[in-house]
Design a protein around this ligand. Sequence first.
Ligand SMILES: Cc1ncc(COP(=O)(O)O)c(C=O)c1O
Length: 377
Amino acid sequence: MSATHERALEALAKRGRLRSLRDRRGADFASNDYLALAESDALADAARAALERGVPTGSGGSRLLRGNHEEHEALEREAAAYFKAESALFLGGGFVANTAILSTLPQRGDLVVYDELIHASAHDGMRLGRAATVKARHNDAQAFDDAITTWRQSGASGQPWIVVESLYSMDGDRAPLADLLTVSAKHDAMLVIDEAHATGVYGTEGRGLASDLEGQANVISLHTCGKALGVMGALVIGPKLYKDFLVNRARGFIYATAPSPLIAATVRAALTIVRDEPERRHRLHDLVRVAGSLLAETADIEVSNSQIQPIIVGSDTRAVAIAETLQRAGYDIRAIRPPTVPEGTARLRLTITLHTDEQQLAGVIDAIGTALREHPA
Ligand SMILES: Cc1ncc(COP(=O)(O)O)c(C=O)c1O
């Protein structure tokens, strides 16, 4: 290892920011497997059935060469119908999908206004793109409006883009989508909605928090398939024009091996389960309500009312110490530190999934209260 890299890692360790891989241990309060589909018999059976009907494990190449498979096409047809939009494009993951969208669709002369808490993959996409970018205050629709107005007043004539998550990954709060839609209509702006944490959990038929907006000419949404859907990959949903543009211009699509057809087949099964088994998300919503009332009683915590509950503790070292205490008690909860979240807001990210139940929730929330007192700020 070079001295530079060694010093950088030492500096991270000194600040309580060194990351390392650890085993899966303890009760799951950390995964995004919200509907407990990732290890389900239902998806294992679907994958087995796909193998038995001859679906290959590998695609063998880019979709634009020989990698395009009927399973990709079928998934995209079904996803477009399910999300009630003109088209769907399947990519290997949400990260590559976000970078593809934001590096490719906004053009030179355009403006991308993004929520300050947007995911790292959106930042990488914007960095690779040619449009100007400006940050808006979190969940402040007026700030988006003002940013576009100021840009227009400067004489700009390009296309404005608004980029948000529908449910924020580290805060568990929701974007004001109705207000943002009004802002986008006012300015003729495109609205890009990352539904990573809402897909399968919220909305009509589990289609996400933007389920009523999809199909509109100015809306593009991103549904990741590795969280509630329990598989991997991502679906970009929107007007066909943008799918065609991505197929022609997105480097992460063109110059990459197509996702495994077996994975595409399994995602098809996951979409069917989510659509046809609403009881899964209803059960999750019940658990979220239980957790909310327990958290409100136990500690001075702002309840998110979603399956992602941050417990903001401030310093990185405090977050790590509390997470370690909880892990020793048998609960798998992880500390989330800057730069993933803003400076001074290190936190525990408690996720609620169908892997847990009311009794275990009561146990973990009690343990959180105790750990917060044992490790004061
Ligand atoms: C909001 C958001 N967008 C995109 C991604 C990336 O998705 P994937 O894990 O499928 O690459 C994530 C996952 O961490 C996310 O939280």
